[in-house]
Design a protein around this ligand. Sequence first.
Ligand code: PRP
Ligand code: ZN
Length: 287
Amino acid sequence: MSSRLKIALQKKGRLADASFELLKKIGLNFVANGQYLVLKCTDFPADILLLRDDDIPAFVARGSADLGIVGQNVVRESGKRVREIRTLGFGICRLAIAVPRNSKFKKIADLRNSTLATEYPNSTKKFFRSQKIPIRLAELSGSAEIAPEMGIADAIADIVESGTTLEAHNLIPLEPPIFRSEAVLVADPKLSVAKKKLLEDLLARIEAVQKAVDKKYVVLNCSQKNLAKIEKLLPALEAPTILPLAKKGEFALQSVTTEKEFWAVLPKLKSAGAKDILILNVEKIIS
Ligand code: PRP
Ligand code: ZN
């Protein structure tokens, strides 16, 4: 058996770009080889398998891939047994029930004995069964949004991210959604010890990237007379670093903070005498 980790990624679609970006950020680079669907990592013992997202849970569940990045929506609908290791903070969406605007359907219970078009038959059936509301399904492989206006269904159950597609088809979502979803790192439940080690390494890297996501590195200068006040104001993970500048009586402060906290405190920092303020991106934080 190969000792290289096989990581399944969506080839094209809502998660593809962000998945590749995450792997790059954690130091995994790969060479593309024309239309070949396996990419070799050049700096980590891993290969990327490019798949349709619907197929990722099955690949991981039977060990044909060791890891995968896929939407929780796809995992749930598949019913496959994979370990959900960590959510990844992108691909945030919901599986929603939506009805034509101005229809007689105002709440979910109004859909009793109606027909729903969906590419999520398992999740939809399970939801309505739990609500004890009988419905019929019109199963499609995509584009469920056009079903009501074509007279194929009364309503739909489909993924909503921005809501643009619903709006374009004059549909409105009902509450609550069937579930919420985001991208998740999944693993084969029966990984070898050696592959578990590789996974641990990747997880530590992912954690470092995730910790840095909303963080900024702030550098500013001030005169000695304002130093104590500014030091107190400046948000910091621990405490700001203070360094004397070559010019006597002048200091630099450095701090890691969230962007939100920084904007909130900026006016106060300025009126306290902070100068030459630089805001830099933080790539990784390792505690
Ligand atoms: C989903 C869904 C909608 C669209 C909603 O499709 O089926 O068509 O995204 O997004 P919006 O709320 O931002 O408009 P997806 O990208 O998952 O493609 P697929 O249905 O072909 O798998
Ligand atoms: Zn869809």
